[in-house]
Write a protein that binds this ligand. Structure first.
Ligand code: DLL
Length: 435
């Protein structure tokens, strides 16, 4: 089934003509409304009129997460705030979050694209969708919610967490679809089994899983544990949120990118040079319709490849393979994006600590765990009640990491000069997860 039959099956030539028209409009608009783009185009000696073919896109400079941070919070918005109806942001305030805005029309299109995703998963207005993506600044919850409503399905806005209640609702309301991170799906399945519930005999038929990397092995595990079909959905807040690309039930091999709204490129992460279809590199997106927060050649840092081969579902849209890694140090912990530099920023604000720390990420019972080990300094032992001071310091770090980054961490204070020292680039993260 296809939600937007005409646009999801356009012949390549017609699709490219549409992309070019929309690209030219976008480039004109950002040049005339966003100071950052005007300056960066000028620096690269390119004007909007130079974009005559899709190939000319390569003349435009990249936009990076740093550019977004430098223009925090609203510097890259292309419309006045009075036209912005929604704001989302990724990760906490320390280290500057990425803030994105949407006009009414942006929300309409996002909802349409999410509806496309649900239909690609075989859903109709007769389905009940259990939406366990987090509601809030994170785009997952509301993005999927609006798409489900657009389709006319019944949406359960359960959001994340409170797993026992999730399981009760899965049993009582009998949803046919579930949306959450793949690791949370496994966690729900496991907790349900532990409660003595036959998680394979729920009414669930399909799961729409994303927001973090996962593997074919995890797909097999989830499908077996919940007796469903597990599909991959991709997106990022900067470009829109969930629904930039979605796997179809018929193909299940790569996610169709909604190319009538986004142009995807793969580049060499080191040189920025374009790479051919099939080659693994960094995914770059240019938005074609967004009003409030258009993006030109945004470097996602996600490593994947493009699959141009036709798909048996009939969509002509190119597919992207699973994301296998990142070209930066961003961690995704229980669906929350965390940069080591954000943890460092929390630590330097707290007295009694040395700037030596180690971050250990693991997955226990399908839940990501984050441990931060940090050295205390000698001075901390000089005062009166050392144990109390240590306990308070530990509590403060846990609280600040939770408050600023939105993730729970276990904190371990260690003696001065006990953590590993580095001679070259420090590698502060030990990621033990086998995904
Ligand atoms: O994670 C949007 C989303 C919500 C996608 C719900 C899918 C489902 P951010 O918080 O901005 O947005 O994080 C975006 O998450 O650059 C990838 O590194 C990673 N990511 C998202 N989907 C997938 C996926 C949402 N299917 C970042 N596979 C992206 C692997 C994914 N990684």
């Amino acid at each position: 089934m296809i939600f937007d039959e005409e646009f999801e099956t356009l012949p390549r030539e017609a699709l490219e003509a549409l992309q070019l028209k929309r690209l030219q409009q976008t480039v004109q608009r950002v040049y005339h409304t966003v100071g950052f783009y005007r300056r960066s185009f000028n620096d690269a000696d390119v004007t909007p009129d130079d974009i005559r073919t899709l190939g000319d896109l390569r003349r435009l400079p990249f936009t990076t997460k740093q550019d977004l941070r430098d223009n925090y919070p609203f510097g890259l918005f292309a419309v006045p705030m009075s036209s912005v109806v929604r704001l989302h942001a990724s990760s906490g305030t320390t280290g500057r979050a990425t803030v994105v805005g949407y006009t009414k029309r942006d929300i309409e299109i996002w909802s349409d694209l999410m509806a496309r995703c649900f239909v690609a998963a075989g859903l109709t207005k007769n389905d009940i969708i259990h939406n366990a993506y987090g509601y809030g600044l994170f785009t997952g919850g509301l993005g999927a919610h609006y798409g489900a409503e657009k389709l006319g399905a019944s949406v359960i806005p359960i959001s994340g967490g409170n797993t026992k209640r999730q399981i009760m609702i899965l049993q009582d309301f009998g949803p046919s679809a579930i949306c959450c991170t793949p690791s949370y799906a496994l966690n729900i399945a496991e907790q349900g089994q532990a409660m003595g519930i036959d998680m394979r005999s729920l009414k669930l038929r399909v799961g729409i899983f994303g927001a973090e990397p996962w593997s074919e092995e995890m797909r097999v595990q989830i499908e077996a544990a919940l007796n469903i079909q597990a599909l991959n959905i991709y997106g990022l807040s900067e470009v829109m949120g969930p629904g930039v690309a979605m796997e179809c039930l018929e193909g299940r091999e790569g996610m169709h990118i909604f190319e009538d709204f986004f142009i995807a490129e793969i580049i060499d992460p080191d040189t920025g040079a374009p790479m051919p279809h099939g080659a693994k590199g960094e995914l770059v997106f240019t938005t074609l319709s967004k009003e409030a927060f258009p993006l030109i050649r945004y470097r996602t840092r996600d490593i994947t490849s493009l699959i141009p081969a036709p798909c048996r579902c009939g969509r002509t849209l190119i597919r992207m393979d699973r994301v296998t890694g990142r070209s930066d140090d961003m961690l995704i912990i229980r669906g929350v994006n965390v940069f080591p530099s954000q943890i460092e920023a929390v630590l330097v604000g707290i007295e009694g600590l040395e700037p030596h720390y180690q971050i250990i990420v693991d997955r226990v019972n399908n839940l990501d765990t984050l441990e931060v080990q940090v050295e205390v300094n000698e001075k901390i032992f000089g005062g009166g009640d050392v144990i109390r001071v240590l306990q308070n310091t530990e509590k403060r770090i846990v609280k600040d990491i939770k408050d600023y980054l939105g993730v729970s961490a276990k904190v371990k204070l260690v003696e001065p000069k006990t953590l590993q020292r580095f001679e070259g680039k420090a590698s502060r993260v030990i990621d033990k997860r086998h995904i």
